[in-house]
Structure formats: C-alpha cells, structure tokens
Unconditional design. Structure first.
Length: 467
C-alpha cells in the first residue's frame, strides 16, 4: 500500500501459467469498497515475484532468479522497469524497504544471503555493488527492519542440517554497509512449522508459520533483551492450509495479528502476547478459487489482502479488503511535540499544541478532525504536517520524564491540533504544582473509512507559575 494505491505482485500469470513469469499491477483503492485495477499498470516480468515493497516513486520486487527488480511508479498509469540485478543467492524471495536509501533482499536456496542495496541514487542506474551479509542460516525466508535493527528468518546452516529448524536472527544495521550479528534463536520445524513473514509491535516479533513438518500458526518472540530473544507466545490452527503455498502473509496492529494462508484470513487477539487468541477466520471470496496464500497490510481499521493464484487449479489472484471489528483504534498522541517532558502552565492564556501522529498503520488524513476531543475539549485549529515520531507504547504512560521522546519528523503525516489551554485547565479541576496527569484523546475516522473510534493518550506535568 502507498497513498491511495495497492501494489500487487503475483508469482505467476494466467497468460503463461507454466512459464514462471510474474505480474506487477496497481489498484486504485481511494474507495476501499470498490477497488479498481488500473489496466495500463499491468506489467509482466520474467520469473516469479516473491514479495514487493513500495516507497515514494519506486517499487522494489524480489524477482526470483532475476534478483532485485526496480520499477518507477511515479506515474501509476504506466510503471517503468528501471533496472534489475542479482546478488548473493539463487532466488530473491523476501524484501524490505520503507525509505532510508537501503533495500534489504533475502535470497533463498543453497548458500544464499541477505543482500543490502544502496538505492539512494535512483532513478539513476545501474545500482552500486551491494553489501552481502551471511545470515546464520543459508536460506533467507523473511526480512524486516526496525530503526537500526534487521530481523531475519532463515534455515539450514547453523539453524540445523537438512532444514530441520529455523533461525530468527537480530542484526545491527546502524551502518547498512557493515551489518553486525547480535543474536539468534532456533525454533525446530517439527514443533513450530516453517517460519516466514515477520512483523513488529512493541518489544515483540510476530512470525507467520506454515505447517512444514509441524503445525502452522503464529509465533511471538520477546526481544526486550536483544542479546537473548525468547519465544513467549504461540498459537496453532488445525485447518491451516497446505505447506506448498507461496505466502503466509502477516501484519500486526491495534492489538490484532492478521495472518493469511491458502484458506483465508485469521484474526488473532495479541493484546497479551503470551496468550494469543483466535477471534475469527474469514474465508477468501469464492470467486478467487484455490489460492496459494497471500499478503496482508493493515491501514486504519481496514485490512488489505492479496491472494496468490493457484493457476493449476483454476484459481485467480486478486485483492480483498476487510473491515476490522475492533471497537477502537489506539493512536499515538504527543502533547507539545518534541518536548520531553511535556508541561502545561495553568496560568497560560495561549493555545496548547497537540499532535496525533501518523504511522505505517494510521493515515491521519482518514481521521475526522471535528470529532477530536482532548479530555472532552474540541480543538480550535488543525492542520497536517510531519512533526514528530511516536513514543512506544502508545498507552499505559506513567512517567512524564521517561514516557516521551524528543524525536522529530519520521516520514509520516501528522494531524496537528491546537486547544485553548484554559479550556483544558478547566477540565482538569483541582491540580497541584508538579503533578503528573494523563490526558485522553478521542475521535473517529471519517465515515468513508468506517467511522471507527480512535483513542490515545499522553502524560503531562502541571506547572502553577506565578502562584
């Protein structure tokens, strides 16, 4: 997903189902209830497509034996292939990119690696020679990056002979040109299945597991101590699909993990990571036919899923959009952005700045500003700008001195709000100097995006200057 478009890559295509040629295509999802394929965007590429990532004007494809393929998508009506190159393995299978100038590609099969490409020169090509990192496993099945850490799922090599176990590895990529090993955890395949797609939330890694000589489901790893990651949660699904699918997609947000397999979409409550609970399973639309799994992305209260076609069984690929039934969405709130701690002077006659921060899961342009209330007070002004980076976790703040951040813009649009300070002070009631208070923000998404309730909080220190 990028802006109001869904970028979809299918591993094969119906025109030449036995030629191992993938399809890259773009859907207009400005109206989520009516996604529209842009016919001129459909591009056939040599070899299968394992995964893709889109940011700014470029789409990056893990293009099997072609390696990394890069499309210019500045014109969504006519994507243009800029370049492709292969390094560090037989087949490019997984990929990560969210800006920052470096693309991470996982290669599969014997003696494969994680390859880090510097793409800061785009659209100028060719790309410079990449950095090749030897993971603890010889086959990289999944990769994701958060801040200056890369997280890799691999097998074979140090993970165990014959591919009997999988490794989840943490790598320091503060300097992407010199990645440095930190730690890894080994999970036997017979117990935990075949590990693949991985996501983050808080201090936890969530990993989709296929039933590869074991049970399929969701695995949760605590990385609070990155030198010693620990498996803390796991749930299996007895009816999970065949291990021979192409993808077990996964995304995490709003205390839910959404996992896609060949039979449908699982919604799992992960509010307590040590005890994940299956809430509901959605079956794929009947007209998709047989599938080989798919990809998942959460935006606001909607889940965008794509399905790999099982062409040998007459199936079709496509996009399916589901609405989450969570009664509210937790959002990041920063009172006096980039101040740590944040203070309110009860004598102030001015306006209190508050930002509702956008993230990879929350597009703030989908929020109705007129619905916003801070401790029951409506804002007197709002605008949109990239102001600050969220403090995590978004809720449960207890200490104004530590539960905050001074970090600035992060590449995601924020909703800037201003409140009359005296209106907020009135709602606080009796206060004392130096007292800490948690202020609660509520609101709703716009009706066209489901109207779901949102809630967030921040903690402030009371100042009674001039008392």
């Amino acid at each position: 997903m990028h802006d109001d478009y869904a970028y979809i890559a299918d591993w094969n295509n119906s025109i030449n189902p036995n030629k191992f040629t993938g399809v890259f295509q773009i859907f207009d999802v400005q109206t989520p209830c009516n996604p529209l394929l842009i016919p001129s965007s459909v591009k056939h590429v040599a070899q299968e497509i394992g995964a893709l990532a889109v940011h700014d004007d470029f789409a990056f494809l893990a293009n099997d034996s072609n390696g990394l393929a890069v499309f210019d998508v500045s014109d969504t009506l006519n994507p243009v292939l800029l370049t492709s190159r292969k390094d560090g393995g037989a087949f490019a299978h997984s990929i990560y990119y969210q800006g920052g100038g470096f693309v991470y590609v996982g290669y599969q099969w014997p003696n494969s690696h994680l390859v880090i490409y510097d793409v800061s020169s785009l659209p100028l090509v060719p790309l410079p020679a990449p950095t090749v990192y030897q993971a603890v496993g010889d086959q990289v099945n999944g990769v994701n990056v958060l801040d200056d850490r890369a997280y890799i799922v691999s097998q074979f090599g140090q993970c165990g002979s014959g591919g009997d176990s999988f490794c989840v590895e943490i790598v320091d990529v503060t300097d992407p040109t010199t990645p440095t090993y930190i730690s890894h955890i080994v999970l036997p395949k017979v117990t935990y299945g075949g590990l693949g797609d991985l996501r983050f939330s808080g201090n936890y890694i969530y990993i989709a597991a296929r039933p590869d000589n074991g049970s399929g489901g969701l695995r949760i790893i605590d990385i609070t101590d990155e030198s010693s990651p620990v498996l803390v949660g796991s749930i299996n699904f007895p009816d999970i699909g065949s291990p021979f699918a192409k993808s077990w997609g996964l995304d995490v947000g709003n205390n839910q993990a959404l996992l896609a397999d060949p039979t449908g979409l699982y919604s799992i409550d992960v509010s307590v990571p040590e005890n994940p609970v299956l809430m509901v399973k959605y079956h794929w639309p009947v007209n998709f036919g047989d599938s080989l799994g798919g990809a998942v992305e959460i935006r606001d209260n909607l889940v965008y899923t794509t399905v790999y076609a099982n062409l040998n069984m007459g199936g079709f690929s496509g996009i399916a959009i589901y609405k989450l039934f969570d009664p509210e969405i937790f959002v990041a709130v920063d009172i006096k952005p980039k101040n740590c701690p944040s203070q309110i002077n009860v004598k102030s006659k001015g306006k209190l700045p508050v930002s509702l921060l956008g993230t990879e899961f929350i597009d703030v342009s989908h929020i109705d500003p007129e619905s916003i209330r801070l401790n029951g007070v409506a804002p007197s002004f709002w605008s949109f700008n990239d102001v600050a980076t969220p403090f995590k976790p978004y809720r449960g703040k207890e200490d104004a001195y530590t539960d905050c951040t001074e970090s600035g813009s992060d590449g995601y649009l924020d909703l800037q709000l201003k409140f009359q300070t005296q209106n907020i002070v009135e709602m606080l009631g009796v206060v004392s100097d130096g007292e800490q208070r948690v202020l609660n923000l509520t609101g709703n998404l716009k009706e066209e995006f489901g109207g779901t309730a949102i809630t967030g909080e921040d903690i402030i220190i009371i100042m009674k200057k001039g008392k």
